[in-house]
Structure formats: C-alpha cells, structure tokens
Design a protein around this ligand. Structure first.
Ligand SMILES: C[S@@+](CC[C@H](N)C(=O)[O-])C[C@H]1O[C@@H](n2cnc3c(N)ncnc32)[C@H](O)[C@@H]1O
Length: 425
C-alpha cells in the first residue's frame, strides 16, 4: 500500500484523494478540491495497480474490488486524468506508451475475419443496451456542440449537417458510408440531398436494424446497407463518408484504407473521414479498452494518418479539430446510461454494467484532460475539388437550418436526464 500511495502521490497534486486500504487504513493524497474517496476491498488489486494501472483499474472497478465511497467513478477518473494531463504525469504516460508501441502493429493486424470478430464483440451487443444511452437516431460518434446548452439530439443533428456541408452534396450523387452504424447518417444524407447511399457495416445487428429503418422511412430505393468489409467494396462513388470507423482500421492498415478510398472515389470525388485522434503523437492503445470494449481499436495521431493519405495520392483539402465535443457527447451518454441502468441490468449482469460505466467515464475523462480529440479530415483526388474558402460550410448549414422541434425531444421512451449546461474543463 505504501508503494501505491507513493505512486498516487506523484500523480495527484490538485484535488484530494482519500484511499481506504483493505486493512481499514486511511490515506490522504493531494490537497484542495475536488475531493473523492475510494475503497480498495481486495488486497490483490494493489500489486496489479502498481504493475499495470491501465488494465488493473478498470478490472478492479468492474469486479467490485475497488469502490467509490463518495461521488462516482467519473469523479475519481476526473481527478486522475486532470493531474496526469499536467506535465508531471505525462512522462509516466509516455514511458508506458513507448513500450506498448513496440507490439501494436502485431496486436492490430486486422484481416477481414479478425475485423468481423472485433466488430461483433462490441456492436452485436443487445439493441436494448444502445437504446439506453444513444440519441434516438443512434449516432455513435462525436456530436457537434454549437453551444454548451445543446441537447445530445441537437448536437448529433448538427454533426450530421456539418458533415453533409463538407461533403458538398448535390442531388443524384452516389455516396458510400463506410462504417454506417445503425444507418442514421446514410438516411439523413438521402433525405436532405436526394442522393443515393450505400452504407457498409460489419455488424449483423446494425445491418438488420438499418435495413428495417430504410424500409420504414420509404428510402429503400435510394439507401441500401451491406454487411461488408470496406476492403471488399468495388465501384465508384462521388462522395465517401466514414464516421467513427477509422479507429477500427488498425495502425498497419492505414495505407490500405486510403488506397481503397482513392480507388472508390470518382475523379472529382470528396471523402470525409471523422475519427477520434490523439493530440500528443503516436501512442499505444489502452490495454483495458482493447481487452474489454474495442478489441483491435487504436486512436491515431494526425502524424500517422497524413503520410498514408499522401502515399495514396490524395489531397487533404480541410482538417477540423473537434476538442471538447466528444467529452460532452460522452457525458450525455454516461448520464443517460446511469439513468437507465436498471434496463441494462435486466439483460446484463452487474459486472457488465460496471464495465460500461467505467468505459464511458474513462473515455469522457480522457477527452476532457487526456489529449484525446476528434479529427474531421476532408480528402479528394483533385486539388480543386473543394471551394477556395470555407464559407461554403456555413452557407450550407444556414440553408439547412435545424428545426428545434425536430430534435430536442428524444423520440424513444427511455429516460434522458436534463442537460446541465457549461463545458466543464
Ligand atoms: C463507432 S461505429 C460508428 C457508426 C456510425 N458511423 C456512427 O457515427 O454512428 C463504427 C462502425 O464501423 C464499422 N466497421 C468497423 N470496421 C469495419 C470494416 N472493416 N468495414 C466496414 N465497416 C466497419 C462498424 O460495423 C460500425 O458500424
């Protein structure tokens, strides 16, 4: 316990952490506010936390071996990440990351059968689970907050509109949505711009759900969803959009991915890649997230993506960095998940519920303090495929103003806590 106390003492300076040890001993670390108390129930957790904290912390929480006595797990992670995000903690993080980087190409080798299994692990979970925390349109990627008062519904609608603007849509175009999830963006693009959309997913659950939606909305003649790996797609598309999918590609496959995008684009085509990114250069996947939540996943740095785009012979025509937008999105997801936890507990056990709470809380803390951001990268085959200035984005958005009545009331019946305003830092 003394070593753990020393390790935490090196990290925590702002805020006060109280640790109740398995023998009842009470250890105060740091000073001031916020203040949080954790209780280590199982002594075996202590050596694991010392050896591999990235993996052991999440495991201890989901096993009930580490409890939060006052506050919640987000409060604890918020103190940890905000301190690690400061200069003193970054050295520790970099040293650990450089070790894991040595093996990441091997770990992320991602041939099609592996990609399919990795996707099934996460996206083929029960529909009921996703219904409890996503917005009614099932957007499972970073929303776009114009204001801290925006509801999740509104911010997701704004994300779709923002992407549509950057896609420079016109009626009759053929669009490919790589990683189409539950189909919301594909259907939106078809509705807003009379385009023809093909969505690709590797999840059988998502595929069935999207197909149902296409039929129900009467868009089945212009929107189709295929259960297919992006590497198996052929043909030509005027526009390609890929949202929240690049994180699954695997670090050794970036060149393959952009070569495929190039081969699928028409000569004056435009593609939008929207992906989580890391601000502090190449790193390693988080061990706990990889083991329990996203096997094979990796968050890329811009310096890893851009060479692959250049080598594929594509132009980067625009890059936007979304900073706190994903922290806000995750906060909304976490609050909804907690409010509707009872429904999740009807289908999954307590360990699963704690695991998902830890997932949403740790990702929110990492986006708020840990150097995670979101990239929107526009690429094309021709240097003149996009207008000279960025005015076209706002002009398009103004033209397609969002009607508040359409988005601010969630359409499904699960409980959604009211938004608490202000971008917390
Ligand atoms: C985080 S979800 C994003 C879904 C949707 N774009 C959204 O924003 O809600 C990632 C999606 O990528 C898909 N995906 C992952 N790897 C893929 C691959 N190799 N080929 C096609 N789709 C893939 C998954 O099936 C899933 O639909």
């Amino acid at each position: 316990m003394l070593l753990l106390r020393k390790m935490l003492g090196q990290i925590i300076h702002d805020g006060r952490l109280t640790v109740i040890a398995p023998n009842g001993g009470i250890h105060h670390i740091g000073n001031g506010t916020p203040s949080i108390t954790i209780r280590i129930v199982d002594p075996a957790v202590i050596p694991r936390l010392l050896l591999n904290p990235d993996l052991a912390l999440g495991e201890a929480y989901m096993d009930g071996a580490l409890l939060v006595d006052d506050g919640d797990i987000y409060g604890f992670l918020d103190i940890c990440f905000s301190n690690i995000g400061s200069s003193s903690g970054q050295g520790v993080r970099r040293a650990r990351a450089s070790l894991s980087r040595l093996v990441r190409r091997f770990v992320q080798h991602n041939p099609i059968p592996v990609a399919r299994a990795n996707v099934a692990h996460h996206y083929d979970l029960s529909d009921t689970l996703y219904e409890q925390f996503l917005d009614a349109d099932r957007q499972y990627s970073c929303a776009y907050y114009n204001s801290s008062d925006d509801t999740l519904e509104r911010a997701q609608e704004q994300k779709k509109r923002h992407l549509a603007a950057k896609l420079l849509l016109s009626s009759g175009q053929r669009i490919l949505d790589i990683g189409s999830g539950w189909g919301g963006l594909s259907l939106y693009l078809a509705q807003i711009a009379a385009v023809d959309v093909t969505g690709l997913t590797l999840s059988t659950e998502q595929h069935a759900y999207s197909e149902r939606r296409a039929a129900e909305t009467g868009l089945g003649d212009r929107v189709r969803f295929l259960l297919k790996d992006y590497r198996q797609e052929e043909g030509r598309y005027d526009r390609i959009v890929s949202v929240g999918m690049f994180e699954h590609v695997g670090v050794g496959h970036y060149r393959e991915y952009f070569k495929k995008v190039r081969s699928l684009l028409t000569n004056d085509g435009v593609a939008m890649i929207h992906t989580i990114g890391r601000a502090d250069g190449p790193g390693a996947a988080n061990a706990w997230i990889n083991k329990y939540i996203f096997p094979g996943g990796y968050v890329p740095a811009l310096s890893e993506i851009l060479p692959a785009i250049e080598q594929a012979g594509l132009y980067v025509t625009d890059i936007e960095i979304l900073r706190l937008h994903y922290a806000e999105t995750l906060k909304a997801w976490r609050q909804r998940f907690i409010a509707n936890r009872g429904r999740v507990a009807e289908i999954y056990d307590q360990r699963f519920c704690l695991m998902w709470e830890f997932y949403l809380a740790s990702c929110e803390a990492a986006f708020r303090h840990g150097g995670l951001i979101n990239f929107q990268i526009q690429v094309s085959k021709r240097v003149n495929a996009a207008p000279l200035t960025r005015d076209y984005i706002q002009n398009w958005e103004r033209l397609h103003k969002i009607d508040a009545a359409d988005v601010d009331v969630p359409a499904h019946s699960v409980s959604h806590p009211a938004k608490s305003g202000g971008f917390a830092q």
